[in-house]
Ligand binder design. Sequence first.
Ligand code: PAF
Length: 297
Amino acid sequence: MHELTTPKDMHAWSRAERARGRRVGFVPTMGALHEGHLRLVDRAKERTDRVVLSIFVNPLQFGPKEDFTKYPRDLARDRTLASERGVDCLFVPALEAVYPQEPLVRIASGPMADTLEGAARPGHFSGVLTVVAKLFHMVEPDVAVFGRKDFQQAMLVRRMAADLDFGLEVDIAPTVRELDGLALSSRNSYLDADQRRAALALSRALRAVEQAWRSGEADPKTLQRRGMQALMAPGVALMAPGVSPGYLELVDEQLRPVARVDARTVVVIAAQVGATRLIDNVVLGEGVGSDIAVRAS
Ligand code: PAF
């Protein structure tokens, strides 16, 4: 596995591969790799000839009170996991390499970023899209793979790539869950055992909405209520009093609330478990059960 640290080297490597007729796949991450990231690598390997995985904890997407400084970092472990999974090029730029100066020009994330996570985390998606745009220029991939767990992010990146003519495909991969339903996330490492149990309330709420919809309920408000009840079920509150709901919404691919629920409707959820903000979602027609389930590592 090659390891590169400068945008110039990254660019040259990618250009050389493409000059040899190879398609380049790209998986951008902030490190703390888990099976969810590694499945994105598998997917990129299926679709392309060379896979780049980047690790960069992007300060631009963290709010002043968020976890930038304590975000989990373990490059040695990430390097081993990436190499074992067949990543061809690990790109680990330093902060100064990505932002040699304060970026005065940033991506305006638009109205799709004003709701849900964007409403709770002002400026977050502008920070995400700015770094993703920069990484796209550095790597020049043919295909970039994002996880559907971060649904709003994935939709915004896809939209940015189309609106700004990046000339690459944004592929969106299914969520990876532990066998009990918890969606994999680097932030799960912040949870203690009680909080980990309490965090199951998110996937339970998604399943409750899915079940009600499959039994014929089609009113978005009723489905939303059903999900919220499952999120705040007394059993859950007893297990960990620290669960507080953020939102549970039924939206379309543009993140707009739906008036009519159908198989493409996405149920998006966020909750605070202790100090940790967790998000999850399900496409109703696919169901939580169709996501990839893995044993905890
Ligand atoms: O999903 C993430 O890990 C980050 O938001 C990303 C896409 C790597 C941009 O920093």
